[in-house]
Design a protein around this ligand. Sequence first.
Ligand SMILES: O=C(O)C(=O)Cc1ccccc1
Length: 302
Amino acid sequence: MPRIAYFGPQGTFTEQAARSLAGDEELTPVETISAALTSVRKGEADAACVPVENSVEGPVTATLDGLAEEAPLVAVAEALLPVHFSVLAREDVETVRTVASHPHALAQVRLWLERNLPEARTVVASSTAAAAVAVQRGEYDAAVTAPVAVEHYPLRVLATGVADVPDARTRFLLLRPPGRLPEPTGADRTSIVAAAANRTGALAELLTELATRGINLTRLDARPIKGNFGMYRFFIDFEGHVAEPRIGGALAALRRRCNNVRFLGSHPRADGVAATIEPGAANDDFVNAKAWVDAVRRGELA
Ligand SMILES: O=C(O)C(=O)Cc1ccccc1
């Protein structure tokens, strides 16, 4: 049976995302984002489900770095989950002195913790569910978890629906080895990672290639290139699908201009928001303009 490795253990937000993206695949929890990517690269799993960004803390750096290096993987689908947390504690705990969770979860409940558990020191865990496991084992007093965690880890529920930012969301990717791309839908996202040349204006030139083709960006993150102090690679998401002429043209231009470009996928957006098409930037505009140039080259038009 095909298998999806997800960032676990059981009861993470990523498991929820993987369930929403899975068909008949079996879901297998793994301990880290990097282990999920590795299991696909080794052929132990057919796909990996990992978080990529959230609206409070921004990028999930383990995912970005993991996609820029080693064998290429491409995103074929995404899920967008509203994120609010439960706080779970062991039955025997009277005063919560330690509260564990994934760093992105701790960042999203900082104010709530200050107000409601002022004596608690925060401790970073590999995931929200790993924090619940550690609480069960007696390592910490409480965990900030996904709402489903309590079904796997029977702890005392101190609070539910906890979120400093009410509309917080996290986006998750389903990643596979390169293969057939999802069909374009008109509401797609394309992702790349590129290392701009180290000279004045290089990033501006790269972005101009997108802007002049009427391509709307949805995310831009810089990450250091390890072992190369001061050098960065840029993760760029934008509206559209590589099958569309304006996106294909932009990727070709980036390939010419950048030291390194890696295609990270074109797939339907989870929110279904259709691409903004600027005047002159629709598929037909590109196709017709190319047909005109071809005719000029054949000597048929002036
Ligand atoms: O630890 C988890 O449950 C995850 O899936 C990562 C995460 C952490 C915080 C918010 C959303 C996703």
